[in-house]
Design a protein around this ligand. Structure first.
Ligand code: DP6
Length: 355
């Protein structure tokens, strides 16, 4: 019957909870095959995550098209569902068994979907992890834990570049560079260097400046770097910032950290402003909040800085040890937020297997 809610309790299932991440050095610009033009470095969050369950059964008629459904928060979202279907079909080469299975996904986010927080990193990484877990159940593939997460990261990358970093907790890097030779363009890696204590427990207060859907997607934004007059300089700047940030994380020094992180945020928005056609995702309240953060930091000498994703919302980054001191700033910044909404998040340990 049309509209009938199906239950899949009798089927085999796998499930993952996978977090979002916020880049400190930004991935902005890509090559065919979803390879980044420059290395990026992010922190994985803990409170903003997607939970995905994948129910599966062998198709009784594998010669015809297998069944597929994707329910997001209990509802069918045809646009997202068809994007995921195309994504999964593109992975048949890596998961040949998929051709024989009916797949039924159920997915939900921990954060309200109307607050303009990008969910592709948490969503795509949770789906990639589910597919890797399914592979372990239905095929003869036996990957080590390291190989498992590496494959999940690579599969997530093919869905959305930044999603490959969500497969690991803490500081995560992605993209070829000279500062960290183990880092690859195919998959992300957990940063294994010594990290100075002040950066070990970072908080991220997400200021919801605007909750309307983005006018220009990240994918379109990446593509606008092709032929962009400042693209080469931007890629060089990001590579240099990546190397510097890795050194700062080891040596300590919040001022230096803030300088790199804020430059990265403003730089990708400058690329948007100067692309052809140009566009602007920053809102007047984004700039008012940035001004307030800088003035407040100057006055109170408290280590706090901001970054932006490809949208108007601000991520306020500060060490957990400073949380009590930063609280009054967050209260003031609520004036710039839609309905005063601030999502309190922090660095997390990475994905968790549900089943
Ligand atoms: C500004 O990963 O969303 O958040 O690979 O096309 O899916 P696609 O783009 P996406 O781009 C993220 C851009 C960013 C910076 C970052 O996360 O590094």
């Amino acid at each position: 019957m049309a509209g009938e809610k199906k239950t899949y309790g009798h089927l085999e299932k796998v499930g993952w909870k996978s977090p979002s991440n916020i880049a400190l050095v930004k991935y902005w610009g890509k090559k065919p095959g979803q390879f980044p033009m420059n290395p990026s470095l992010s922190i994985t969050l803990s409170e903003s995550y997607t939970e995905t369950i994948l129910y599966f059964e062998k198709s009784l008629n594998p010669s015809s098209e297998t069944k597929f459904s994707f329910l997001f928060e209990g509802k069918n979202n045809p646009e997202f569902s068809s994007r995921i279907k195309i994504y999964i079909s593109s992975l048949h080469h890596y998961f040949p068994f998929l051709k024989e299975y009916n797949l039924y996904f159920e997915s939900k986010n921990s954060f309200p979907h109307s607050v303009g927080i990008a969910s592709s990193a948490s969503s795509l990484s949770s789906i990639a992890l589910c597919l890797c877990s399914m592979e372990q159940k239905v095929s003869s593939s036996h990957l080590t834990e390291e190989e498992f997460f590496r494959k999940a990261s690579e599969m997530a990358r093919l869905g959305s570049g930044s999603a490959c970093r969500s497969v690991y907790g803490g500081f995560v890097s992605w993209g070829e560079n000279q500062a960290q030779e183990s880092t690859s363009a195919h998959f992300a890696s957990k940063m294994e260097v010594y990290v100075s204590p002040e950066f070990r427990e970072l908080n991220d207060a997400i200021l919801v400046i605007d909750d309307t859907p983005k006018q220009v997607s990240s994918t379109e934004g990446h593509n606008l770097l092709n032929g962009h007059p400042y693209a080469e300089s931007r890629f060089k700047q990001a590579s240099a910032n990546f190397g510097q940030l890795i050194q700062i994380l080891q040596d300590g020094g919040f001022d230096k950290f803030a300088k790199v992180v804020e430059e990265e945020a403003m730089s990708i928005h400058a690329m948007m402003l100067t692309s052809n056609p140009s566009y602007c995702l920053i809102q007047p309240n984004t700039l008012s909040a940035i001004k307030k953060i800088k003035e407040w930091r100057e006055k109170h000498k408290v280590p706090v800085c901001f970054t932006l994703d490809a949208g108007p919302n601000i991520h306020l980054i500060y060490p957990e040890q400073q949380a009590a001191l930063v609280k009054p700033l967050i209260e003031e910044l609520k004036n710039f937020c839609v309905n005063g909404i601030v999502l309190m998040d922090k660095v997390g340990a990475g994905p968790e297997k549900l089943f």
